[in-house]
Design a protein around this ligand. Structure first.
Ligand code: SF4
Ligand code: SF4
Length: 373
C-alpha cells in the first residue's frame, strides 16, 4: 500500500466536481487558482477530476490552475473514463482517454479510473474492451495506477476484484451517513477492498455537501459537544480516520471550504472513541430521517427527455421539510422555470439507471408534484 500513498501523504484530496462558478455558469478560474495555491502550500497533492465533469470544463480548469502553473512533481492527478454516460461506442469511449490527456495537460495520469461502475452499466466496460485498453496505456507509461470508482453492492465488488486483479485501487462512496446504508454499503465495501489488498480513495466524503449543512437534528448532536468544529469537519475527520485510505476527496466550491478543510487536516489525528460515539448518535438520527439523499451529481439529468431538473426539485423538497416558513411553490417555480416539471415525467426510467445513489426517482417525483401550484 505504501507505494500508492507515494507523495499523497496529506489525506485531503481536491475534488474538482463542484468548482466555483461565475454568474454565466463558467468556472471561476481565478478562484480555483487561489484554492489550488492554498491546497498545495498546505501540503496537498491529490486532484480528482473526470472526463464528464462539467462537460470537460473541470479538466480544463485543472490545466489552467494546476498543470500550467506547477511542476509535474508538485501534484498527482486522477481522472476517469466513462463508458456509459458520454460514450456511444468503443471508439468514443477510448477517445475520452486521449481527450483527457490533452485537456488536463498533465502528460500522464497518476491515477486513472473506470468511472462509476454500477450493476446496470459495468458491462459497457467489457463490451468496449476498456479494461484491456487502460492496461495498454499503463504499459506505455501514460497511467501510473489503475482503478475504478464504484457505486454498487458488495457482491459485485468482490466479483470485479476477483476478475480484475490488475486494478490497484478502488474509489468508494464513504461517509458517516452512508456507513451502514444498505444502498451504498460503505463499511462493507471498504472491508472488501481491505481484504483484497486494494487501497481506497474516498468520494462523497461530505455527501455532495449534505453533511456540511445537515438537518437540524444532526446539527444539535454536534452542537451539544461544545467542540468548535464545522459540520464538514466532522464528516471529513470520520473518513480520514479510517485506515487503508489513500485520500478523502472533498469537492470544494469556494476558498472558504478549502480553508475549513485545510484547518481540519492540519496536524490530523484519527477520531477518538468519544468522537466516534458522537458520530454514532448522528448516524442514528439520520437513520430516522426521511430527506431525499440526493448528492446533486446530476448524472440523472443528461438523458432526461423532459429536461426535468431532478436534483433541484429534490433540494426544494428537502428544504420544505426543514422549515415550515419555506416558500415552497415560489422556490419550485424558480428551479423548474423553462424546464420540465415533476408532472412532466414520462417514467422512462433513464434517470434511475444513471443514479449512483439508486434513488427511486420516479416515485419521488410523483410525490414532488404536490409542490406545483
Ligand atoms: S423517468 Fe422521468 S425524470 Fe426520469 S429520465 Fe424519464 S422522464 Fe426524466
Ligand atoms: S437523483 Fe441521483 S443521479 Fe440525480 S443528482 Fe441526485 S444522486 Fe445524482
Amino acid at each position: 500500500m505504501s507505494e500508492y500513498l507515494g507523495k499523497d501523504t496529506f489525506k485531503l484530496g481536491f475534488g474538482l466536481m463542484r468548482l466555483p462558478k461565475n454568474p454565466d455558469g463558467t468556472i471561476d478560474i481565478p478562484q480555483v487558482c487561489q484554492m489550488t495555491d492554498r491546497f498545495i502550500a498546505a501540503g496537498g497533492t491529490y486532484f480528482d477530476t473526470a472526463y464528464v465533469y462539467d462537460d470537460g470544463a473541470s479538466e480544463a480548469a485543472f490545466k489552467a490552475a494546476v498543470a500550467d502553473r506547477y511542476p509535474r512533481d508538485a501534484y498527482t492527478l486522477a481522472t476517469k473514463l466513462n463508458a456509459w454516460l458520454q460514450a456511444h461506442d468503443e471508439q468514443s469511449a477510448k477517445q475520452q482517454f486521449f481527450t483527457s490527456l490533452e485537456r488536463t495537460g498533465a502528460g500522464y495520469f497518476d491515477y486513472y479510473l473506470l468511472h462509476a461502475l454500477q450493476r446496470n452499466n459495468y458491462d459497457k466496460y467489457d463490451e468496449y474492451h476498456i479494461w484491456d485498453f487502460v492496461k495498454e496505456q499503463k504499459a506505455k507509461g501514460l497511467i501510473k495506477h489503475l482503478g475504478f470508482s464504484f457505486h454498487a453492492d458488495p457482491e459485485l465488488l468482490e466479483e470485479l476484484l476477483d476478475k480484475h486483479p490488475e486494478m490497484e485501487f478502488v474509489q468508494l462512496q464513504i461517509n458517516y451517513a452512508d456507513w451502514d446504508n444498505p444502498g451504498v454499503a460503505a463499511r462493507r465495501n471498504l472491508e472488501i477492498c481491505r481484504a483484497h489488498g486494494k487501497p481506497v480513495t474516498v468520494m462523497e466524503t461530505i455527501k455532495g455537501g449534505i453533511l456540511a449543512d445537515p438537518i437540524p437534528e444532526v446539527k444539535a448532536v454536534f452542537d451539544a459537544t461544545g467542540i468548535d468544529r464545522s459540520y464538514s469537519a466532522w464528516a471529513l475527520r470520520f473518513v480520514a480516520s479510517q485506515d487503508y485510505i489513500i485520500t478523502a476527496l472533498s469537492g470544494m466550491s469556494n476558498l472558504a471550504q478549502m480553508e475549513d478543510n485545510l484547518k481540519t487536516m492540519k496536524d490530523f489525528a484519527p477520531m477518538t472513541e468519544d468522537e466516534l460515539a458522537v458520530i454514532r448518535k448522528a448516524q442514528a438520527v439520520l437513520d430516522a430521517d426521511q430527506s431525499i439523499p440526493c448528492t446533486g451529481c446530476r448524472y440523472c439529468t443528461e438523458g432526461c427527455p423532459m429536461s426535468i431538473p431532478i436534483p433541484d426539485i429534490f433540494t426544494v423538497a428537502n428544504r420544505r421539510k426543514g422549515s415550515p416558513h419555506f416558500r415552497t411553490v415560489r422556490e419550485y417555480n424558480i428551479v423548474t422555470q423553462g424546464k420540465g416539471k415533476a408532472s412532466d415525467c414520462v417514467q422512462c426510467g433513464q434517470c434511475e439507471g444513471a443514479c449512483p445513489q439508486h434513488l427511486p426517482i420516479i416515485s419521488l417525483l410523483e410525490k414532488a408534484r404536490g409542490m406545483e401550484s
